[in-house]
Structure formats: C-alpha cells, structure tokens
Design a binder for this molecule. Structure first.
Ligand code: CAA
Length: 703
C-alpha cells in the first residue's frame, strides 16, 4: 500500500485500488488530482497490476472540484487528471458510491468503465456555479449519451439517480451496495484483459446523432428559451456541446478551457459560488451545543385550515408526515379538508402527481375539532387569522394539551413571538415557523426566535423545515421578521418613487432587467393591494411617524386591488396580466401628485435600482445590528428563496458589496439629508465605513 495526500493506493488481487479520501465530500482539493495521477503511474509501472478501481472513501465518490479553490491557481486541472485516467494502459473502473458530481463525474467519464451502487447519484452541476464542466465533461458526456441529453443534464445541473444513469448509458452496471469495493474489484478482474479499452473521447455517438438528425445544431441552439438563457454560461455550454458534433476531441477540450478561463472570474460565478456556501451556512444554528442532534418531527398538528394552514398540511403529507388539522367548526373543517384535497387534485390534473400518490398523501391528513387530539404530536403549527386575541387563545389551549417537549410554532407573519410565548408555561418551546404563500410552493420558511426560545427548539424547528424540503432560515422577532421587514423598505421606496413621478412600469422593467422574474408592482397585484393597505393601517396606528404611502392607498380606495379585481397596477383579462401599460393609471397618479405638490422628476434606471435596493440594504443592516438576523448571508438566502432575487447577483448584501460600502454610505447619507428619517444610515453601516469590512461577512453580535 502507498500513501499520497488525500489519495490511497493499494493492490488487491491484481487490481490497483485508488481511493480518494478527502472529507467531507471527497472534493478535488489540493493534492487529489496529483494523487490520482501518481497512483496511475505506479500501477501502470507495476507488473502485478492488471486493472484499476477508482473510488471514494465514505459516503461519496467525488463531489467535484473544491469550490473554494476557484479563482486560485491550480497546479493540475481536472482535464489533466481525467486525461491520465483515460490514457492509462490498464483499464480503470470507476466505482461510484453516493455523489459523483462535476469534476467527480468527469473523472468517472474518463474511466473505461463505470459501476455504481444503487444509491449512486451523478451530475454536472457546474452551471449552478456559473461555470461549465471544463474537465472534458461537455465533450465526453455528449459523446457517451448524445448531445441533446448531455445538454439537458448540464443546463439543468440535476442529479441523476443510479437507475436513470444506467438507462442513459452513463453507468455500465449497478452492483452490490453492501460491498461496492469488492464488487468493483471483481468487475475490474473480469474486464482486465479486454481490448481495445473503451475510451469515451473516441466514441462517435455525437456524429451519429448529427447524421441522424441534420437539424441537431439548431435544436441545441434552441435548448433554452430566451427567457431562461440569460447568463453567459448558458451560451458557453451550448457552444461546447455543439462543438462536440464537429470538432475533434482535443479542440473541444480547448474550447471548454477558453470559456472556463472567462467564466471562473466572472461576476456571475463569484456570486453563485458565494450562494452555494451561504445556502450551507444558513442551516447552522448559532450557539448550539456541538453534540446536540435535533430529533425529527414525526407527526404534526396544524391549527387553522385556511389558505396557509392547508398549504402547510400539504408540505408535511408530501414528505410522509402524518398531519392532524384542527378547525373551530365542522363547516370550517370540511372546507379546509376540501381545500387540501383541491391542492392535490390540481397536481393530479396537471400530471405532476398520480392519483394513487394523492390518495396516499390524503390518508395521512386527519381533521379534528378537539385540541386533545393534537396532544401527542411532536409539533404544532398555529395558522389562524392574524389577530392577536385569537392567537393568544390558541396558545393557551395548546399549552394545556400538548405533550411536554412538543414544538409550539406560529405561522404568524408579523406578530411578536413573545406575545404567544407568554400565554404558555413553556415559552422556551415557542417559536415562529413563517411559511411564505403559497406554502406548498414557496421554498422559504423563516424560523423565528422569541426572547425565550431555546436554542434546541430552534434547531429542531430548523430541521423540521429542512425535512419537508424548505430552505429554512433563522430570524429574530420583530415587526415583519427579518425577510419581510428587509423587503418592506424596497416596496415603500418603490411606492414613494411614484409620488416623485416615476412610473410603476418603468420600475418593474428596471427590476426585471436586473434579473427579477417580476417587478414589485406585478407582485403587489398578485398578493393584493388591499393586503398591504391593511398592514399599513395597523402600522400607522402603532407609529405616529409612519410615512403614508399615498399612491397605493388611493388605488385601494378606488377599488383597484390587483389581479383579484382585474385592475391594480396592471389590467387583467381572462386571469392574465395585459402586458401593455394601463392607460388609465398614470393620469390617476399624476393628479394625486399634483394634489400632494411633490416636485416631479425623471428617474434613470440606475437611480431606481439604487433607491429600491439601498433602502433594503440599510434596513438589513439595522436588522443585523438589532440581532434580528444572525448572518448577512442568511438575508441573501431569504431574498433569493423568498423574493425571487436573482441568484447570479448573490443576494442583497452580496450585491451591495459589489457597489461598495463607501458608495452605499455616501448615497444613503445624501438621501438622508434630502428625504429625512427613513434614510438614516444604519449604525452598522457607519461602523463598516470605518472598519473596511464587507457586508456579506457580517454576523450579528446581538443574536
Ligand atoms: N467544494 C468545497 N466544499 C464542498 C464541496 C465542494 N465541491 N461540496 C461540498 N462541500 C462542503 C460544504 O460546503 C459543506 O461544508 P461545511 O460542512 O463546512 O458547511 C460540506 O462539504 C458538506 O456539504 P453539504 O452540506 O452540501 O453536504 P450534503 O451531504 O448535503 O450534500 C453534495 C453533498 C450533494 C455533494 C453537496 O455538497 C454538493 O452539491 N456539493 C457541490 C457539488 C458541485 O457543485 N460540484 C461541482 C464543482 S465544480 C467542478 O467540479 C468543476 C471542475 O472540476 C472543472
């Protein structure tokens, strides 16, 4: 046995077994590619070795390049170690356990054979990081399974399960999961004498595909609609896969590398790589004892089967968790259960779910009118109307019946968690679980910490969210909580711009060009102008300095409530938004502005963007300084998953760093002088100006 850095080499029964051992996921970190090359050299020189097995130690094969190394010099690139595998004189069998992703799959594709355990999952997810598979991935996968499939797999970044990989021809065999190593060695012994050795780079599948379908080039060109093909990386991938049709292999590799050199240092890729790590950080609960393992929520109760409650019930039933739904009256319960069945039926109708899967899910959902039926559930989520008296009553009842240690959660979107906690004798068990509407569709779930919520309860609630497929983020209790409170500043600023003469259509267009799927006014129409009108009324009553938003208030009073009234900022016909501007709207706004006597001006795209986003960055800094969010990067995750912030911009705080703290501070200070209190710079921003730190690395010391 020989030892390399992160790579082991041992000889077993004439087979040289190369094991990548680089925890936690066997990424191709420093030394790994070199180790693989060195092991191949040793084995090729050793007359006792007839074939190789390449495998990963532990749960995974190789999860790809070490993402932290991008932008830094790499002594050996993936295409070099992949080439060493393919040009080995003795055949190499990739033995895939768990994930073979990115450079990991590229190494496997360069091997002569690929076997996998039933739990193997393969994919080329580089596009999600703003780069392309430049270790031969575009060229080899295309030659192995054909360009159309290869393109779909690369552009989607999806993980492919073993069975599909076998059907596609990425795997040659699925072998015994209990002892993959022995099974792979046996396979290697079986094929060791076979010649010629199959080399993916020499396969003709691409040319065959092109000959069979002369329209192939334009087919590949149109692989993405103009709407989704918005990043440079998409064009680069399509170009490389097309090249596999008419360029020889080496030329194709060169093209991959040329594009990679550009993409690796692009702003998009830096942002996307940042998001990768932010998504992992967000799961980490601060101040949690290191050995604490949160238990799984195996049964859940939901109080209130309205729109939110029924959506939440579906989230749990989808993941096989039994749900007990409580309503106040038989009629409400019947209506709620029908709503849940309706959500499933819509999915069956659209072909997203089978009837039998729907039947199975519905069997998990029980209705009740008695609180005692909830007692044994591991968690309860209150989802009644947003009225404090009602919530207090529910929590008093829950406290009386729920078993000790049950999570007592509220889906409130704004009410102070402490209000509900104080109605119980166990405030440490009370937290917020703020789902975003529609709950069964939106990925974000905010777990909200009250003043007395225990860190273990937070960890269990976070795990519960993760277990039902949500991106779960941590927030402190404050009006709107971290996500909506930080976005409210953007929305207010958009409304205030209207008073100064900007048009909602211009603002929406600027935000769409920035990368949002919809502008804030289109979103406002969807959620209903009346909803935010009511919230403003509540806030105005609580705060004498509340800045009235004249334009949306006026529209609500005119009955323009958005899509539901077929008229809001836009017009709606047959349930769809009319893309043209509504000629009737601007005269209403102009007349109101005349009454208000606000000076009118013309806005540039840049000013619109900055007014909206800077307002939220400043608010986010206040949220962090008050300890109502823990990490700035958590806020970025909230914006990406809750509000459609373009992922390739990295999130609100990452984007702000690309503008720079100095410029941010200068502009906010200027607007503070001009517009007054709402633009007062956050103290944290003042501090950053002096310390020179970035926004995205901020962690709240008050959390
Ligand atoms: N590079 C560096 N760190 C990585 C990593 C990678 N490729 N993949 C995972 N990690 C780290 C994570 O940051 C995390 O670290 P912390 O514990 O410090 O937070 C740890 O490994 C575990 O990761 P997960 O929490 O994500 O573990 P999981 O079991 O939930 O998921 C996984 C495992 C599916 C492999 C997932 O980690 C993943 O998708 N990784 C990235 C895969 C990828 O994108 N590969 C392509 C890289 S680009 C490339 O390969 C191009 C090339 O060679 C030319």
């Amino acid at each position: 046995m020989s030892e390399f850095q992160n790579v082991r080499f041992e000889k077993i029964g004439g087979v040289g077994v190369i094991t990548v051992d680089n925890p936690p996921v066997n990424a191709l970190g420093p030394g790994v590619r070199e180790g693989v090359i060195e092991a191949l050299r040793l084995g090729n020189e050793d007359p006792e070795v007839f074939a190789f097995v390449l495998m990963g130690q532990g749960k995974n094969f190789i999860a790809g390049a070490d993402i932290r190394q991008f932008g830094k010099a790499r002594p050996v690139s993936t295409h070099v170690s992949a080439k060493a595998l393919e040009s080995s004189q003795k055949p190499v069998v990739a033995a895939i356990n768990g994930f073979a992703l990115g450079g990991g799959l590229e190494h496997a594709l360069a091997c002569h054979y690929r076997v996998g355990s039933p739990s193997a999952r393969v994919g080329l997810p580089e596009v999600k990081l703003g780069i392309l598979p430049a270790g031969g991935g575009t060229q080899r996968l295309s030659r192995l399974i054909g360009p159309e499939l290869a393109l779909e797999i690369i552009l989607s970044s999806r993980h492919i399960a073993a069975k599909e990989a076998l059907d596609l021809g990425i795997l040659d065999e699925i072998v015994d999961a209990k002892d993959l190593k022995s099974a792979a060695i046996e396979f290697a012994q079986k094929i060791s004498a076979l010649r010629p050795m199959p080399r993916t780079s020499e396969k003709m599948t691409c040319l065959d595909a092109a000959r069979a379908n002369p329209q192939m080039l334009s087919l590949l060109d149109n692989a993405l609609s103009q709407k989704t093909r918005r990043l440079r990386v998409h064009d680069c991938v399509i170009e490389c896969v097309k090249a596999s049709l008419f360029m020889d292999f080496e030329e194709g590799l060169n093209l991959e590398r040329t594009h990679m050199a550009e993409l690796e240092n692009s702003a998009d890729s830096k942002a996307l790589r940042y998001v990768f790590f932010a998504e992992r950080e967000v799961k980490k609960v601060p101040h949690l004892p290191p050995d604490y393992e949160p238990s799984r929520v195996a049964s859940v109760a939901i109080v209130g089967a309205g729109t939110m409650g029924s959506g939440i019930a579906v989230c749990f039933a989808d993941r096989g968790v039994p749900v007990t739904v409580l309503e106040a009256s038989p009629e409400n319960l019947e209506r709620g259960l029908a709503k849940i069945a309706g959500l499933y039926a819509a999915r069956v109708k659209s072909g997203k779910l089978t009837q039998s899967a729907m039947d199975e899910a519905l069997k998990l959902i029980q209705g009740t009118l008695n609180y005692t039926d909830l007692a044994q559930c591991d968690a309860v989520i209150e989802a009644v109307f947003e009225r404090i008296d009602l919530k207090k009553e529910v929590f008093t009842q829950l406290d009386a019946v729920m078993k000790p240690g049950a999570l007592l959660l509220t889906n409130s979107s704004a009410i102070d968690i402490n209000t509900m906690a104080q109605c119980t004798k166990r405030p440490h068990d009370v937290a917020g679980a703020h789902f975003f509407a529609p709950a069964n569709v939106m990925k974000l779930c905010e777990i909200v910490k009250g003043d007395q919520t225990s860190v273990e309860v937070i960890a269990r609630a976070m795990k519960m969210g993760g277990d039902i497929g949500k991106v779960t983020v941590l927030s402190g209790t404050c009006d709107g909580f971290a996500a909506n409170r930080s976005r409210a500043a953007l929305v207010s600023e958009a409304m205030l711009l209207l008073e100064e003469g900007a048009s909602p259509y211009h603002i929406d267009q600027v935000m769409r060009e920035f990368g949002y799927p919809m502008g804030p006014f289109a979103v406002s129409d969807l959620s209903g102008l009346d909803v935010s009108y009511d919230t403003r009324k509540r806030r105005a009553a609580a705060n004498p300095n509340f800045r009235k938003l004249h334009v949306p208030d006026h529209l609500v009073e005119l009955g323009r409530h958005g899509q539901k009234t077929k008229l809001g900022w836009y017009r709606y016909e047959d349930g769809s938004r009319v893309p043209q501007i509504d000629e009737g709207l601007m005269p209403i706004i102009t007349a109101l502005n005349r009454e208000l006597g606000v000076e009118q001006k013309v806005f540039s795209d840049d000013e619109i963007l900055k007014r909206l986003l800077f307002a939220s960055v400043n608010e986010a800094c206040k949220i962090l300084q008050e300890g109502k969010a823990y990490r700035a990067s958590d806020i970025d995750v909230m914006w990406i998953y809750g509000f459609g912030f373009p992922r390739h911009r990295g999130g609100l705080m990452f984007w702000a760093d690309t503008v720079g703290v100095q410029e941010l501070h200068r502009q906010i200070t200027q607007w503070h002088a001009h517009y007054g209190e709402r633009w007062r710079p956050a103290e944290l921003l003042n501090a950053l100006l002096l310390s020179g730190e970035t926004l995205r690395e901020l962690r709240s010391t008050a959390f």
